[in-house]
Design a protein around this ligand. Structure first.
Ligand code: TPP
Ligand code: MG
Length: 362
């Protein structure tokens, strides 16, 4: 029986495959993944947590610019990206490190971008991935357009867009989902509902009981999943992507999770949210939960953990060293890289910058 349609978001139903102690809630729901895939999924989540902490440390040392931490979102990100196929298209947002890890994006490029160099986010050949969106929700429109393009071309591909709960208040969300519903595009919209949009809590974002139920207004299905359960996110995303590829139209998935860190390194969340709430969600850590599941299946032990950590640390250290060895970003980049060819106004502004530099104090 399909998952989509089985868990009614209007009844507050939410898909969960493993409970917070890592026990199978319902063996019918366990995705048929080989052991090696389960272990890889775990390794990607650990590498995301590790690389995320590295970025935060670098930022504090002045070696990296503002950074949006993915701490707590590992199940949402890895679970959504894991069932993608190379032909599918992906439109992520700024809090998506686990998705980038899962797609095999070059880590040095990822760090290079966050170090301020726009070249860092150029997509390597062969990866159907758009640069992540900083304007909240804009990627939803791009994904809907790419969905229509895929449909017109008659290609059996799915188009994934990820975004936060805050993005659901943007016009772009409404326009994108409305368009997808009308044209039955092959889109999968995954909302990481992490309870906060900077300092705006979820209850101030929408008066709807759930985000998943919003799909009904656009004429397609929505499904809420436990966003700290990587198997639930994976199962929902895999089914929705398959549906999209086979002409079943769009799906909205709400992955209910929590932003364990500050919004970005420019934020101090202690100013607006209670410590107890954070502690409560820390106890539901997605990595610990999946680890407990793997342990019960006999797939996790200390040696495996050490191996996963060592490999993650080595890959991340190598990527950071490579990114730091590249030329640093310059103020000129802002002008040069905005358009393929600079506009007259940008040329004038660049000239002004250069003059000011040559003649300081002028
Ligand atoms: C169009 C637009 N408006 C405002 C901002 C400033 N801004 C950056 S992130 C953010 C909140 C996003 O919250 P959410 O969509 O829940 O994603 P999260 O950061 O929680 O992952 C805002 C308002 C922006 N980047 N773009
Ligand atoms: Mg949010």
């Amino acid at each position: 029986m399909p998952l989509i349609g089985r868990f009614d978001p209007f009844q507050g139903a939410r898909l969960e495959v493993i409970d917070p102690e890592g026990r199978l809630v319902n063996s019918d729901l366990e995705p048929p993944l080989p052991d090696e895939s389960l272990k890889r999924m775990y390794a990607l989540m650990v590498a995301t947590r590790w690389g995320d902490q590295k970025a935060l440390n670098l930022q504090r040392q002045g070696r990296l610019g503002t950074f949006a931490s993915s701490r707590g979102h590992e199940a949402c990100q890895v679970g959504s990206a894991f069932p993608l196929r190379p032909e599918d298209w992906v439109f992520p947002y700024f809090r998506d490190f686990g998705l980038y890890q899962t797609l095999g994006y070059p880590l040095a490029d990822f760090y290079h971008y966050w170090m301020g160099h726009e070249a860092g986010l150029r997509t390597p050949e062969g990866l159907n991935l758009f640069p992540f969106a900083i304007p909240v929700g804009s990627q939803i429109l791009h994904a809907a357009g790419a969905g229509l393009a895929a449909k017109i071309q008659g290609k059996p591909v799915a188009v994934l867009a990820t975004f936060g709960d805050g993005a659901t208040s943007e016009g772009d969300f409404h326009e994108g989902l409305n368009f997808a519903g009308v044209f039955r595009t092959p889109n999968v919209f995954v909302c990481y509902n992490n309870q906060w949009a900077i300092s705006t809590p979820r209850r101030r974002q929408t008066a709807s009981e759930t985000i998943a139920q919003k799909a009904a207004a656009y004429g397609f299905s929505g499904l809420a999943v436990d966003g700290n359960d990587v198997l639930a996110v994976f199962a929902a995303a895999a089914e929705a992507l398959d549906r999209a590829r086979t002409g079943g139209g769009p799906t909205l998935i709400e992955a209910v999770t929590y932003r364990l860190g500050d919004h970005t390194t420019a934020d101090d969340a202690r100013k607006y949210r209670p410590e107890a709430e954070v502690k409560d969600w820390e106890a539901r850590d997605p990595i610990r939960r999946f680890q407990a599941y793997l342990k019960q299946k006999g797939l996790w032990d200390e040696a495996f953990e050490n191996d996963v950590r060592d490999k993650a640390a080595a890959a991340i250290d190598k990527a950071v060293a490579e990114a730091e060895a590249r030329p640093a970003a310059t103020p000129e980049d802002v002008f040069v890289h905005t358009y393929k060819d600079m506009t007259p106004r940008l040329r004038a502004q660049l000239a002004e910058l250069r003059t000011a530099r040559e003649e300081p104090g002028r």
